[in-house]
Design a protein around this ligand. Structure first.
Ligand code: SF4
Length: 210
């Protein structure tokens, strides 16, 4: 029998304890209906129900993803997210609709990822509080042009893109990080401050400001 690695055991116990201590909003999401997927033959779409309402965290989930991957209705407080190669729609009462899924087993795996997203948003909610209406509306309207207007517009190429406009378009889709524009850390820092005031800290982090 091999030697017992006591440090490894202690480390794993500590890790489990930390996970246990993290505040969570949703413990369980139950599949309610399975139907044929409308876009991929042989695949399913399904609806599921969380064990809690998620109205307060939907705006934060919206802020946690690049604007090019989301469609958020401020009025209805519903959010459709393009993630894991499918569309996921969140409703305030805890209903969740998911498309393009292979089978029930994959549905359960996706639901676990969705629970993680909801609970991460919940911890952000506890840390930063509810985002203001103005922040949400500004983030919902954010276009590549808004981002472009915050960039130095010198087309220096340091970010790996030939132009600032190409960088802004990719940033909106979550394909690059804002921090790759090094000049923003120097003489153009004021532009960044203005953008932060407009869209808030969570969205600025989502855009990859480190
Ligand atoms: S590093 Fe910044 S200023 Fe230079 S091209 Fe990229 S976005 Fe424009």
């Amino acid at each position: 029998m091999g030697e017992v690695d006591i440090f490894k055991i202690m480390k794993e116990a500590e890790k489990r304890k930390k996970i246990k201590e993290k505040p969570i909003l949703v413990k369980k999401v139950e599949i309610k209906e399975i139907l044929p997927c409308l876009t991929t033959p042989g695949y399913i779409r399904f609806t599921a129900q969380a064990d809690r309402e998620i109205a307060d965290v939907i705006p934060i989930i919206f802020l946690m993803f690049p604007p090019g991957k989301t469609n958020y209705s401020v009025k209805e407080n519903t959010l459709t997210l393009r993630a894991f190669n499918r569309m996921i729609t969140f409703f305030p009462n805890g209903k969740i609709a998911v498309t393009n899924t292979r089978d029930k087993q994959e549905a359960e795996e996706i639901l676990q990822k969705i629970i993680d997203i909801i609970n991460e948003a919940y911890r952000s909610y506890l840390k930063y509080g509810k985002p203001s209406k103005e922040t949400i509306e500004a983030a919902a309207k954010l276009s590549w042009m808004d981002i472009y207007n915050s960039l130095p517009k010198t087309n220096c190429g340091e970010c790996g893109y030939q132009t600032c406009s190409a960088f802004a378009v990719s940033l909106l889709q979550g394909e690059t990080k804002l921090s790759k524009c090094k000049p923003l850390k120097g003489e153009y820092f004021k532009n960044l401050e203005r953008l932060k005031q407009k869209i808030g800290e969570i969205m600025l982090n989502t855009l990859g400001w480190e």
